[in-house]
Design a protein around this ligand. Sequence first.
Ligand code: IDP
Length: 150
Amino acid sequence: MERTFLMIKPDAVQRNLIGQVVSRLEQKGLKLVAAKLYQANEDLAKEHYAEHVEKPFFNKLVSFITSGPVFAMVVEGNNVVEVTRTIVGETNPAKAAPGTIRGDYGIDLGRNIIHGSDSNESAEREIGLWFDKSELNNYKLNNENWVYEK
Ligand code: IDP
């Protein structure tokens, strides 16, 4: 099983959407391994979005992500990066398909509700940035045989 990092962004926290978003992940059959409401400082936000440092929107992105608490999560499942990227939807919520989180809750590129790691490598890097090892729970969900054939 793989793990990924998901983060409900400050816009969705402010709009009281944490429960609805987490509910979609649970309904899909994914396992929550860690979760916390956390306000990132500038260093963490810059490190998280390091690949975008040269982009014109970088400073706005960092100030948005640090503007209030986010709901950071580690989620586990088979093929979880691809599965969660599909549930999250494409970057621009105006174009994201209905039924996706961004497609159902967002309109603006700079207010796109949720972040999800785009590869196993970025997932491990981001989990390491946002969580201490001691915050990751190791447990078995007893419905696993009903979510996965094997
Ligand atoms: P992703 O979040 O779908 O993986 P990325 O291209 O990695 O998309 O961009 C990271 C975040 O930066 C996006 O989720 C969005 O909040 C913001 N962003 C991306 N492109 C733009 C842009 O052109 N203008 C403003 N913000 C942007």
